[in-house]
Design a protein around this ligand. Structure first.
Ligand code: SAH
Length: 216
């Protein structure tokens, strides 16, 4: 089999796995098909990029499991006019997937090195509607608020107050909550005129949302 066939086959199987894990939204599946996860994983792990598992990236962090990326994206119900905030850029993979569904994506990461690497990838892939920022994402990005959608890809004890404040009325936030190192719950929060409405989606396991900037 030649290299192009090999790649097409791998991606077909990748998308099939997402379907078997319950991902049904055609726009999400199409975005996952178009963004090559292999570009976001380095070295010895690159060949495992199409397997449904989290993998190590720089700065001791991880790129999330593809089916979790897809289910979180689906739960966020992103529309083409939406301005989205992601907290926890990591490899940049989740932001890249979001960028195909949203008008504009802001993504924040506390490791400067990860931000620098993600910017290079966004550039190379021609994803011009993503802005990656090195900052403590627990405080959100007040100067760009309000956001239509907010996705947190690190676990907080509770949905962070500053982020809830930066969600527009009618907006949706998806966030893993719970103590670190135990099973956390993926929560969806809708901000309504009348208040916040929470629903619990599924158990997940993420690295913790930490305070302040990292040293690298
Ligand atoms: N979405 C990423 C994976 C996230 S891993 C991807 O697609 O690859 C979680 C990331 O959240 C880590 O890179 C970690 O450094 C970052 N993080 C943790 N606390 C943070 C904070 N307060 N502000 C910004 N980023 C944070």
């Amino acid at each position: 089999m030649n290299e192009a066939d090999d790649r097409a086959e791998r991606i077909m199987r990748f998308v099939f796995t997402l379907r078997t894990k319950g991902v049904a939204d055609p726009a999400v599946l199409q975005a996952m098909e178009r963004i090559d996860r292999g570009a976001f994983v380095r070295g010895v792990f690159a060949e495992r990029a199409y397997e449904d598992m989290p993998l190590p990236i720089a700065c001791g962090q991880t790129i999330s499991q593809p089916s979790v990326v897809a289910l979180m994206t689906e739960a966020l119900q992103v529309g083409p006019r939406d301005k989205v905030l992601e907290v926890g850029t990591g490899s940049g993979y989740q932001a890249a997937v979001l960028s195909l569904l949203a008008r504009r994506v802001y993504t924040i990461e506390r490791h400067r090195r990860l931000v620098a690497e993600a910017r290079v990838l966004f550039d190379r892939l021609g994803l011009t509607n993503i802005t990656a920022i090195a900052a403590d994402g627990s405080f959100g990005l007040p100067e760009q608020a309000p956001f239509d959608r907010i996705l947190v890809t690190a676990a907080a004890e509770d949905a962070p107050g500053p982020l809830l404040a930066q969600l527009r009325v009618g907006g949706i936030m998806v966030v893993p909550v719970g103590q670190s190192d135990t099973v956390q719950s993926l929560i969806r929060v809708r901000k309504l005129e009348t208040g916040l409405e929470y629903d619990e989606l599924r158990p997940v396991r993420f690295v913790p949302l930490l305070e302040g900037m990292a040293s690298d």
